[in-house]
Design a protein around this ligand. Sequence first.
Ligand code: 0X9
Ligand code: ZN
Length: 393
Amino acid sequence: MRRIALFALLVLIPLLASSESLVRISKADFYRIQDKFKELDVAGRYGNDYIDIVADDSQIQLLDLMMVKYSKVNRIDSKATYPTLIQVNDSIDKLHSLYPALTDLETLGFTVLGNPIKMLKINGVNPSYDQVNDEFLLMANHHAREWQTVTTSLFFVDSILKSYSSNAAIKNLVDSTFIVVIPTVNPDGYNYSRTSDEWWRKNRTLRGGFYGADINRNYGGSCDGKRDGEWGNIYNSSTSHYPNTDIYCGPYPNSERETRYIQQLIKDYDFDISISLHSYSELVIWPYGSSADTVLDNELISSLGTRIASKILKQNGTGYYTPEKADALYPTTGDSDDWIYGYTKYVKGITTLPFTFEVDTGFSPPEANLDKLHRRVFAGILYSAFFCDSLDG
Ligand code: 0X9
Ligand code: ZN
């Protein structure tokens, strides 16, 4: 009887949608269930022994059936701490109008809901046209619910522009580096998460009655000719072809506008380093995330990633972010970093070193922690931007 119930749930889960909550399970249980549990929306790692997943009611029922112990985790943000999408866009406009000589403002493209994806270009020589050797990309908020990544990127821009005239090292950085910042890659998702469903992760493309694809599962392969790097390949439960799941990879590679806009940007500029801000787990990670394979530049990327991580203090002050190859938590296909590395290396013939920062210990921390988070992560972003000068290109 129990077997039949389990079977019914396994078949039905991908088709059902219900309310979601954040639950914490042991790492051992996570690895025990992940094969059977086809669609796991991992929120982050908690300490060394726990994994947090966003689960809907039917998935929680399945945890019960599989005798997995879990505890519910409350989201402790205060919405008012975080800017609305309109306020995010206003802040970007304001930064440009306050520093017109140092910044240029561009729209990468528009989302299906008509929201602009805004990008600030920063340079002391000519912010409109890249005339320098070093290029650095910072993007945030591929995932809608990771609100603090948006404010962290805005804090970075505000801080370097404010310090430009008084801090010689920052002036030197801004003069010698073409810095591109995209505070939200996913404005439709951010707005929906901020106003209607705080657990929302995807964008808001509507297909066949289901909303959204996970932009960080949608990039079309690592372009190195290996099957492992391919979009849509499923090794375990961390990507899905079911459109109603949080980790839906989209109907085909690069199906999402947001994915294609970022790809175009990577084609247009020769970034030395790119950083994609996500939350959470206090990690600095690098490709490949799709398999145990290492990139050709593994020595460089892992030593640089380790150095970057050593600049970002953990929230509890006990140490620094953990550096690791991205598949260490879970391998998944279609993320931005695998694509950026593979495309720049094998198609363009230059090398962009892509990193993902998984900032913080939860989604959208409360006000008291937010400014401190910005400052801690700033150290890692700034170090990375400075490092562009040491790389070829
Ligand atoms: O799953 C993701 O897209 C990222 N983590 S998050 O919790 N922010 O959703 C991590 C992607 C890194 N790549 C791999 N783990 N392969
Ligand atoms: Zn994320």
